[in-house]
Design a protein around this ligand. Structure first.
Ligand SMILES: [Zn+2]
Length: 341
């Protein structure tokens, strides 16, 4: 029996050798922490389906972001829950709305922190869709069951400008309307915010992994006449990879500075495809359902939470994600910095 000369195990004998040849690293500054902000003072509402995640008033948000910053988290992304919702999502582009208030407070209290904002309509519309709805049309099947893409674009642009005015470092449109990156880029440039980058949710798949988020952001589509029951009319079909490349190419052409794939783990093949074909930074969003599944298994003692979390995030990096949005950001940063000693 010939002795194999090529033995990968030689370099696995101890941690010093393993770390010498490790191909991918995970660091706290790769992580972006999604936070939910709502009106009020001293409010800290636990999100039932996401243990450890809260809806926070601005004062509590600042304290939370500060704690994250101390653990090593350098970036957050804000989701707003407004006082009032209406058909046209007017809370989304209110310059004194909940997200602009939160941005100003964070910029003042945690100056080193990168503040990103989610730009979308679904937290602000009473029907829970990511854009305004088309008026019902007479005749034909499915009439009126759609979001009005082009009528939504100026509202998203206004929202992005409102966030930039308050001091947002990066705006991140998540609505999946066609043409929104170009509309937002033009509006930002016209208002002298040419330096504010756009992180586009380029390949966002319609699916079941967002359930807990919709509890947290109170953004699930409502049932009602003329209201589409899900987001399949604008988000991507989970079976499509060529379409993901097309979506990314469009967003890049429109001026996106970074592109995102969402969810993360079930779609790591898409992350890898985009990494191989494009030069822009790629983000992966480890979404609420992915978080909730790890939490639930850990609560039952079925998995080692810390190890599963770090492995999951490392694998997102290996697939090609430069940055990862994750509800585990603070915990993971703590684990990583603790490890370094
Ligand atoms: Zn949305």
């Amino acid at each position: 029996m010939p002795f194999p000369q090529d033995r990968p195990r030689r370099m696995r004998r101890n941690e010093a050798l393993r770390s010498l040849v490790r191909e991918t690293a995970l660091a706290p500054d790769d992580l972006v922490w999604p936070l939910f902000v709502l009106p009020g003072k001293r409010v800290r509402n636990p999100v039932k389906s996401m243990p450890g995640v809260f809806q926070l008033s601005v004062d509590e948000l600042v304290a939370e972001a500060q704690a994250g910053y101390e653990a090593g988290v350098r970036s957050v992304i804000l989701f707003g829950i407004p006082e009032h919702k209406d058909e046209i999502g007017s809370g989304a582009y209110d310059e004194n709305g909940i997200v602009p208030q939160a941005i100003r407070a964070l910029k003042e209290s945690v100056p080193g922190l990168i503040v990103m904002t989610d730009v979308c309509m679904c937290e602000y519309t009473d029907h829970g869709h990511c854009g305004i709805l088309e008026p019902p049309r007479a005749g034909g099947p499915g009439q009126g069951l759609s979001v009005d893409n082009d009528a939504t674009l100026p509202l998203l642009a206004k929202e992005a400008v409102a966030h930039a005015k308050a001091g947002a470092d990066i705006v991140a449109p998540s609505d999946m309307m066609d043409g929104r990156v170009a509309a937002i880029r033009a509006a930002l440039d016209a208002e002298d915010f040419g330096d504010v980058p756009i992180l586009s949710y380029a390949a966002k798949f319609a699916g079941a992994f967002y359930g807990p988020f919709r509890d947290a952001a109170e953004s699930a589509p409502r049932e009602g006449p003329g209201v589409p029951k899900d987001r399949k009319g604008y988000q991507m079909d989970p079976g499509n990879w060529r379409e993901a490349l097309r979506e990314v190419a469009l967003d890049v052409a429109e001026g996106a500075d970074m592109v995102m794939v969402k969810p993360a783990v079930p779609y790591l093949d898409i992350v890898r495809l985009i990494r191989d074909r494009f030069e822009l930074p790629v983000a992966a969003y480890h979404v609420s359902g992915e978080y909730a599944m790890i939490k639930a298994a850990a609560e039952r003692g079925w998995i080692d939470e810390a190890r599963v979390v770090l492995e999951t995030l490392l694998c997102c990096r290996r697939a090609g994600a430069d940055l990862i949005l994750t509800y585990y950001a603070k915990e993971a940063a703590g684990l990583l910095t603790g490890k370094r000693r």
